[in-house]
Design a protein around this ligand. Structure first.
Ligand SMILES: CC(C)(COP(=O)(O)OP(=O)(O)OC[C@H]1O[C@@H](n2cnc3c(N)ncnc32)[C@H](O)[C@@H]1OP(=O)(O)O)[C@@H](O)C(=O)NCCC(=O)NCCS
Length: 167
């Protein structure tokens, strides 16, 4: 699911010195560094993993099976959104922005790129799970068009990308 390098400029964007671009396999070390430095209080539902080996395995898995965009500032990755195909035409989305870079619109830019790419790939919809206390993330997901489809415990949210009736 890696995106061909020659198409990347079409979907990269730079504002206020933060470059939003598709992730490449060679970003692995920078992504691991971001997640090693991720603030423990910002972890959500067990992610990102805590130990460096677990982070390395998780990042490698994400880069292998899904597609990702990163936010880069001064050569450092400060934000990351990933979509992992679920096998039924939908994809699971997860997003993380380093604490010092939150609330600057980076999350929204990353989400927009991921949604655009999912549409281009013909995906049926995107889903995610977040903690019901994660008010900032829920605000962002709702703003991007996601709706809560199950709130028994955590929030399951879904964004249809094609005409689809949501129960
Ligand atoms: C959730 C997260 C990805 C958002 O990224 P971000 O770059 O901070 O997001 P943005 O700056 O683009 O947007 C944040 C929005 O939340 C709003 N917000 C901030 N704090 C809020 C709060 N306490 N309650 C409600 N909304 C809040 C902001 O005003 C902004 O919305 P607006 O554009 O309508 O004003 C980021 O905060 C993060 O990484 N959190 C920790 C990890 C996490 O929870 N990931 C999601 C797991 S599913």
């Amino acid at each position: 699911m890696m995106f061909p390098a020659h198409k990347m400029n079409l979907i990269s964007e730079k504002t206020e010195n933060v470059l939003i671009r598709p992730a490449e396999k060679r970003d692995k070390d920078k992504l691991v560094e971001m997640y090693v430095n991720f603030h423990p209080e910002d972890r959500c539902l067990g992610l990102p993993p805590v130990s460096k080996p677990a982070i390395e395995a998780w990042v490698e898995y994400i880069l292998d099976i899904g597609f990702s965009f990163v936010a880069e500032f001064s050569g450092k990755i400060v934000g990351h959104v990933a979509v992992l195909p679920a096998g039924d035409g939908t994809g699971e989305l997860c997003i993380f922005v380093l604490r010092g870079y939150q609330n600057r619109g980076i999350g929204q830019k990353l989400m927009k790129k991921a949604i655009e790419m999912a549409k281009r790939k013909g995906m049926r919809g995107l889903f995610l799970t977040t903690s019901r206390c994660n008010v900032r993330a829920i605000h962002l997901f709702r703003k991007m068009g996601f709706r809560v489809v199950d709130s028994c415990y955590d929030y399951e949210m879904y964004l249809p990308l094609k005409d689809e009736k949501i129960c």
